[in-house]
Design a protein. Structure first.
Lengths: 764, 187
C-alpha cells in the first residue's frame, strides 16, 4: 500500500518535473527563435569599376573584371549574371546591387571597346550611358574571432531546387512531420547499436536546426532527447517555411581558417563566388552534399568524396522526383566547378587596414554582428598586379641569391591626389592573415628621408636644384661627444656637386652637409608636416634615415610629394552603410597644404633624375616608355632594408624587401625593392607624372656634374631642372654667356627639351 | 533655423557649381594609344605645338640678365563627359537637399580626373556650403596648384579661397584673394 503510494507520488513528481522541463525548453525555443537575428559580420567591398566612354579598358580587362564578379559567359540569351562577348562587344546582364550612395536595379548594358578603350556604352534600349559602375566585388567580411560568418538570404533569393534537395536528402517527411521523424530515429538507433557507435543522426532538418542554434556539438543521449523535445516545440510554434529559411541561413557549411562558413548564401560565394540565386543544379547538389560533413566532404580538399556524394544527392533527388533523369544525368556529368580561391577574392592585408580604420569609429560588436556594408578603395586589378609582382620578383631575387633564406616584402599602392589606398600586400603569402608587413613592419627607411632634407633646404630660400654643395667626408659631433662619420655608399667623394646630382645619386656626405646647414629642426618639421606622427630622434643620423617606418607610413609621407605639397589622409574605407541601406559614415577626401607647391615641384623634378642618372637607372628598361616617374631608393645600414618609394601621375607605390629578423639581405634599394616597384608600375600601366610647373618656376639646363649653366649643346651631360624664376647659375666656361648667350640657350633649351622628350619616348 | 541656413548655402553652392559647369566641354575623346585601365588624362585643351614656339610677349618685362621664360599658351581645363555627367548628378543631388550625396558624387568624378582643378573647386564649394571652411580653402589651394597655366580655373580657385577666408573672418586676406581672382579674370 505504502509502496504503491510512493510509486504514484514519485511518478507524479517525475511527470511534473518532465512537464516543467518541456515547458522550459519550449520557452527557450520560442523566445530564441523569434528574437533570432543572425549575427551579421560587416561585408567589405572593393571599389566598383567605373565604365565610361574614353576609359582605357580593353575587352579583356572588362572580361577579367566580370569573371572576378562571377559573371558567366554565355552564347545564347542574356540573363542577369551572364554576359556575351563578340568582336570587342560585351553585353552584360548586370545584377541589382547596392553602392554606398545608391541602389541599382538589374540592368543590361552593351560595352563596345576599340583600340584598348571604351568607345560606346549603351543600355538595352540603345540609349547612351555616360557612366556606369560594375558591382562592387565582395572582398571579405569582419567576423568575430573564431566566429560565424554568413550572408543572410531571404526566401526570394533561394532557388526552389535547394529546399527540395534538402528535403529529398536530409528529411523526406519534413513537410508532414512534427519536428521529429520517429521511424528515421529508430532506423538510426538500430544502425548505431549494431556498429556500437553513433554514426547516423536520423535527424530531421528541424532537429539539425535546433542542434546548430541551441546546443553544443557533443553527442550524448540526453542531448539527443533535449534536441527532440525542442524540435517538436519549434515545429509546433513556427511554419515550415520559416524553419526552412532559418535552416538555409543557419547551417554550417565549411571552415576557412578561423572563419566558420554559415548558411547557403555565404557558401555559394565561398565555393562558387556567386550569389545563391544563380547556382545551377549541380552546384546546389554540391552544397547539399557538404551539409553532412563540411570538412569530410570539403570540395576543395577532398574533391573525390564531394563529387561522389554530390552524385548521390542527385540520385536521391531523382528518386524523389525532384528532378528529371535528363537533368540528373547532365548535372552528374559536370565537374564540381568550385572556384580555386576561397570566396573569390581574399585580401587579408587590405582587410586588416579596413578593420583598423573601422575600429576607430565602431564597437567590435557592431562590426561583427549588425550587418554593416563597408565600401573600400581597393582596386582589385591593382591589388592582383601588386601581389603577382611581389611574388615573382622575390622569387627571382631568391633564385639569384642561392643558399639564402627566402626574402620577405611588402607593397602599398595609393592614388596620391585623393589618398585612396588601392592595394596592400603584407607579405609573400598573400592569403595568410598573419603579420602584415605593410602596416606593422617598422623598418629603417635610409635614404627615403633625403627628399625631405632637400625640401627643407629649398624652403630656406638659400638653395635651389642647381646650388652647389660639398660632397666630402663629414664629421659630426654628437650630443654624447662621439664623432659620427658617415660615408658615401660608393666609398668615393665627389667634391662640389649640384643639389640635383647629390639627391639623384643619393650622396650621403653631401646630404649630411646640406642637412646640418639647414638644421635638424627644419628637416624634422618637414617630415612632421607631411604626416609623420612618431617622435623623431634629434640625431644627425636622421639625415640618413635612421628612423623606423612602416611601408604605409612611407606612402603617407610620399603622398605629400606626389600631391604637390598637400597632405591627404590615406583612406582604405570610403563609406559605411547599415544593413538597411542607411548611410552611416562617409570618409571624405581631405587635403591640407603642408609645403609650398613650388618647393615640392623642385624636389620632384630633381627626383625625376633618379631614373636617368641616379640610383634608379636599372628601372628604365622596365618602366613604360614615354612616362615620367618620380622616386627614391632607400637602403638601411648593413643592407638590412631595401626600399623604393615613388609615383607616376596616378599611382604612388612603396615597396620594401628584407628579412623579418632584420638580417642583412645584401640588397640595396635599387636591387631589391626597385625591381618590385618598377615591374608593378609597368604592370598597372599608369599615367605620366605631369604636374603643371608653378608659375614661379622656370626650367633651365645645367651641366650635370658641375651645376654650371650650359646650353644643351655646350655640355656633354646636360640636365633640365626646375628653379625659381630669375635663378641664374654661373655660366660654364667656354659656353655662350651674357644676355644673348642665355637667350640663345633658352631657346635651345626648349628645342632640346622637346627633342629629349621625343627621344625618350622612342628610344628606351 | 540652421536648417534654413544650410538650404540657402546649398542653393548658393548649386549656383556656383552651375557656373563652373559652363566650363564643361564637348565629349572627351579617348587618346588613340591609351594605356590599359587608366582614367584619361585631364581633358585640358593642349596648346598646338607650333604656337608654343612663338609665345606672345609677356606683359611686364623688367630688364634682367636672363630674359623671361617663354610664356606657355594658357591651358583651359574642361571636364570629360563622364565627369560632367557626375557633376550634373551632383547638382541634382544638392538641389534635392542631399548635399552629402552630392559630395560623394563629385568625389566619384574626382577619381576619374584627379588632376582636374575644376573638380577640386566644386568639391571645395560643397565643403564650403557644408560649413567646412578650412577644408574648402585647402581645396581651393589644391585647385590652384593644379591650375597652373589656366587663368580661368585659377580665378575660380582664388574666389573659393576668398569665400573660405571670409567665412572664417579673415576679411583682408579674403579681399586679397578676390582681387587676385579679378586680376586673372575680371568677374
Amino acid at each position: 500500500m505504502r509502496i504503491g503510494k510512493l510509486i504514484i507520488a514519485g511518478g507524479l513528481v517525475a511527470t511534473i518535473a518532465a512537464a516543467i522541463y518541456v515547458v522550459h525548453l519550449d520557452r527557450i525555443v520560442t523566445r530564441e527563435f523569434e528574437g533570432r537575428r543572425w549575427t551579421l559580420p560587416a561585408q567589405v567591398y572593393a571599389a566598383p569599376l567605373e565604365l565610361y566612354v574614353g576609359r582605357a579598358l580593353s575587352t579583356g580587362d572588362v572580361e577579367q573584371e566580370l569573371r572576378l564578379l562571377a559573371y558567366r559567359r554565355v552564347s545564347g540569351a542574356l540573363r542577369t549574371g551572364t554576359y556575351t562577348e563578340a568582336g570587342g562587344e560585351i553585353e552584360v546582364g548586370l545584377r541589382a546591387t547596392r553602392f554606398a550612395d545608391e541602389a541599382r536595379a538589374a540592368v543590361s548594358l552593351r560595352i563596345v571597346t576599340s583600340g584598348g578603350a571604351i568607345v560606346n556604352l549603351e543600355d538595352a534600349a540603345g540609349h547612351a550611358v555616360p557612366i556606369v559602375r560594375l558591382d562592387p566585388l565582395l572582398i571579405g567580411s569582419i567576423f568575430p574571432i573564431h566566429g560565424e560568418d554568413r550572408i543572410v538570404v531571404t526566401p526570394s533569393e533561394v532557388p526552389p531546387l535547394l529546399p527540395a534537395a534538402l528535403k529529398a536528402v536530409e528529411d523526406r517527411t519534413f513537410d508532414t512531420n512534427h519536428g521529429i521523424d520517429p521511424l528515421a530515429m529508430l532506423r538510426a538507433l538500430w544502425v548505431d547499436l549494431r556498429s556500437r557507435q553513433i554514426e547516423e543522426g536520423g535527424s530531421t532538418l528541424t532537429q539539425q536546426l535546433v542542434k546548430s542554434m541551441f546546443l553544443s556539438p557533443r553527442r550524448t543521449a540526453s542531448r539527443k532527447i533535449r534536441e527532440a523535445i525542442m524540435a517538436v516545440a519549434l515545429d509546433a510554434h513556427f511554419s515550415k517555411a520559416d524553419l526552412m529559411t532559418a535552416y538555409i541561413n543557419e547551417i554550417h557549411l565549411g571552415q576557412d581558417g578561423d572563419r566558420a562558413i554559415h548558411g547557403f548564401g555565404l557558401a555559394a560565394e565561398f565555393y562558387f563566388g556567386k550569389p545563391l540565386s544563380e547556382l545551377d543544379l549541380s552546384e546546389i547538389a554540391t552544397l547539399v552534399a557538404i551539409v553532412r560533413g563540411p570538412s569530410y566532404y570539403d570540395p576543395r580538399r577532398h574533391p573525390d568524396r564531394a563529387l561522389k556524394r554530390r552524385n548521390l544527392v542527385l540520385k536521391e533527388m531523382l528518386e524523389q522526383q525532384v528532378i528529371s533523369a535528363a537533368d540528373a544525368q547532365r548535372a552528374a556529368a559536370r565537374p564540381l566547378g568550385v572556384s580555386a580561391r576561397a570566396s573569390g577574392a581574399y585580401f587579408p592585408a587590405y582587410l586588416d587596414l579596413v578593420r583598423r580604420t573601422l575600429r576607430r569609429d565602431y564597437r567590435e560588436q557592431d562590426l561583427t554582428e549588425t550587418g554593416l556594408e563597408v565600401f573600400t578603395n581597393l582596386d582589385p586589378l591593382v591589388q592582383a598586379d601588386a601581389e603577382r609582382t611581389l611574388d615573382r620578383e622575390l622569387a627571382r631575387l631568391d633564385r639569384a641569391r642561392r643558399h639564402r633564406p627566402p626574402l620577405e616584402g611588402a607593397v602599398v599602392v595609393t592614388e596620391p591626389q585623393s589618398g585612396d589606398v588601392l592595394a596592400v600586400v603584407g607579405g609573400r603569402d598573400v592569403g595568410y592573415d598573419g603579420f602584415d608587413r605593410a602596416l606593422d613592419a617598422h623598418r629603417q627607411i635610409g635614404s627615403l628621408v633625403k627628399p625631405f632634407v632637400y625640401l627643407a633646404a629649398i624652403e630656406t630660400g638659400r638653395y635651389d636644384a642647381a646650388s652647389i654643395i660639398e660632397d666630402q667626408p663629414v664629421a659630426v659631433k654628437l650630443a654624447d661627444g662621439r664623432i659620427w662619420r658617415p660615408r658615401n655608399f660608393t666609398r668615393q667623394d665627389y667634391g662640389p656637386v649640384p643639389l640635383v646630382r647629390a639627391l639623384a645619386e643619393s650622396l650621403n656626405d653631401a646630404s649630411v652637409n646640406l642637412g646640418m646647414d639647414v638644421g635638424l629642426d627644419a628637416v624634422t618639421r618637414s617630415l612632421e608636416r607631411f604626416g609623420l606622427t612618431e617622435e623623431l630622434p634629434q640625431n644627425p643620423s636622421l639625415l640618413l634615415g635612421a628612423v623606423d617606418l612602416t611601408p604605409l607610413e612611407v606612402a603617407q609621407l610620399y603622398g605629400g610629394l606626389a600631391n604637390g605639397g598637400f597632405r591627404t589622409t590615406l583612406r582604405a574605407v570610403r563609406a559605411v552603410i547599415s544593413a538597411a541601406g542607411k548611410p552611416l559614415q562617409a570618409y571624405p577626401v581631405e587635403v591640407q597644404p603642408v609645403a609650398k607647391p613650388d618647393a615640392v615641384y623642385e624636389v620632384n623634378s630633381m627626383l625625376e633624375h633618379v631614373f636617368d642618372r641616379g640610383t634608379g637607372r636599372s628601372a628604365l628598361a622596365v618602366l613604360p616608355r614615354g612616362l615620367t616617374f618620380v622616386g627614391k631608393t632607400g637602403t638601411s645600414s648593413d643592407l638590412r632594408d631595401s626600399w623604393f618609394a615613388g609615383f607616376s601621375g596616378s599611382h604612388l607605390a612603396v615597396a620594401w624587401v628584407g628579412y623579418d629578423n632584420d638580417a642583412p639581405t645584401g640588397l640595396e634599394g635599387a636591387t631589391g625593392a626597385l625591381p618590385v616597384w618598377s615591374h608593378l608600375m609597368a604592370a598597372i600601366s599608369t599615367s605620366s607624372w605631369d604636374e603643371p610647373m608653378p608659375d614661379s618656376l622656370q626650367q633651365i639646363t645645367i651641366d650635370y656634374p658641375t651645376g654650371l649653366r650650359a646650353a644643351p649643346l655646350c655640355s656633354s651631360d646636360p640636365v633640365t631642372i626646375a628653379v625659381p624664376v630669375g635663378t641664374s647659375p654661373p655660366i660654364k666656361p667656354g659656353c655662350p654667356g651674357g644676355t644673348l648667350g642665355a637667350a640663345l640657350s633658352s631657346t635651345a633649351e626648349n628645342l632640346w627639351q622637346r627633342a629629349g622628350k621625343w627621344l625618350q619616348q622612342r628610344l628606351h | 533655423m540652421t536648417h534654413v541656413g544650410t538650404r540657402v548655402a546649398v542653393a548658393v553652392a548649386v549656383t556656383a557649381a552651375a557656373a563652373c559647369s559652363s566650363l564643361i566641354g564637348p565629349p572627351y575623346q579617348a587618346p588613340p594609344a591609351a594605356a590599359s585601365r587608366q582614367p584619361p588624362p585631364p581633358a585640358y585643351v593642349a596648346p598646338p605645338l607650333a604656337r608654343a614656339t612663338v609665345p606672345p610677349p609677356p606683359p611686364v618685362s623688367p630688364p634682367a640678365p636672363v630674359p623671361p621664360p617663354p610664356t606657355p599658351t594658357p591651358r583651359e581645363y574642361r571636364l570629360g563627359s563622364a565627369a560632367a555627367a557626375l557633376v550634373a548628378q551632383a547638382q541634382r543631388d544638392a538641389a534635392s537637399g542631399s548635399p552629402q550625396l552630392a559630395e560623394g558624387t563629385i568625389e566619384r568624378a574626382l577619381r576619374i580626373e584627379p588632376s582636374n582643378p575644376l573638380l577640386w573647386i566644386m568639391l571645395g564649394q560643397a565643403h564650403q556650403s557644408a560649413g567646412q571652411y578650412e577644408l574648402a580653402g585647402s581645396m581651393g589651394h589644391k585647385a590652384l596648384q593644379l591650375a597652373a597655366g589656366d587663368p580661368r580655373a585659377q580665378a575660380a580657385a582664388w574666389r573659393l579661397i576668398g569665400d573660405s577666408l571670409r567665412a572664417r573672418g579673415r576679411n583682408s586676406e579674403a579681399d586679397d584673394a578676390y582681387s587676385r581672382a579679378d586680376n586673372l579674370v575680371p568677374e
